[in-house]
Design a protein around this ligand. Structure first.
Ligand code: URA
Length: 234
């Protein structure tokens, strides 16, 4: 967005007045004086007017966090436990998690201040796929894999067909990749328990085509323009 428009959309003044402020040397970008009204404000730019950081009204941010083990998917906690917000250090916008992951589930968590998109993705009718890598106790037989694929009863709810593939198997544990498009509470844990294999470790590796990749635990990145367009097109 052009700098003058950005300042105006933050509700500070009109675009014309913004031009005047810029020309008068009252505007800094990332700490440096900026006198070009046509400067394009990029994601992450810190715009200061008269020494005060401003935020454009309509600025939407889209973050992908690799949620670590042992933190809750919430921006604050009345019991003072570690939350995902503790890992977000330099995003001034008031973002929130899209959906949730269990305390002991790791991996891909989207966070945004775009309420429309968050609502759309969370809507049960929306069928956006979520892919998990689960380590389960013991060997998981072909018939159990097929039951997971077809759908299992997780306590009053029969899951829809899922994609399941075995990644690694040894006598004590098995690693599977499972793709579902519902988001029932603790669904993957309940599905695996329903066929007799307790989940020992669970990581979400993708939402639709958006992948966690090699992002380190506790780290985050902004989604690319293509990823944002993709999510909006779902
Ligand atoms: N399924 C689970 O069991 N837990 C999660 O956190 C996500 C999916």
């Amino acid at each position: 967005m052009r700098l003058n428009k950005y300042i105006a959309s933050a509700g500070i003044c009109s675009r014309r007045k913004a031009d005047e402020l810029i020309a008068a040397g009252k505007v800094k970008i990332n700490g440096a004086l900026m006198t070009t009204p046509g400067y394009i404000v990029e994601d992450g730019d810190k715009v200061m007017v008269n020494g005060k950081l401003i935020e454009s009204e309509g600025k939407k941010v889209y973050i992908l966090l690799n949620k670590p083990l042992g933190c809750i998917t919430s921006m604050d906690d009345d019991k003072d436990r570690i939350t995902v917000a503790d890992y977000i250090t330099d995003i001034p916008e008031r973002i929130f998690p899209v959906g949730r992951l269990d305390y002991n589930t790791t991996g891909l968590l989207l966070m945004t201040n775009d309420g429309d998109l968050a609502q759309k993705l969370a809507h049960p009718g929306h069928k956006v796929t979520k892919t998990y890598v689960a380590t389960v106790a013991g060997v998981i037989s072909d018939s159990r894999i097929n039951r997971l694929r077809k759908g299992v009863d997780i306590g009053g709810f029969v899951t829809s067909p899922a994609k399941v593939k075995v990644i690694k198997q040894n006598p004590r544990s098995t690693v599977i990749e499972i793709t579902i498009h519902e988001g029932k509470n603790r669904q993957v844990r309940k599905m695996c328990a329903a066929v007799g294999n307790k989940v020992q470790k669970l990581e979400r590796v993708a939402i639709g085509d958006i992948r966690l990749g090699r992002l380190l635990s506790g780290h985050y990145r902004k989604l690319t323009r293509d990823e944002i367009e993709y999510l909006k097109s779902l």
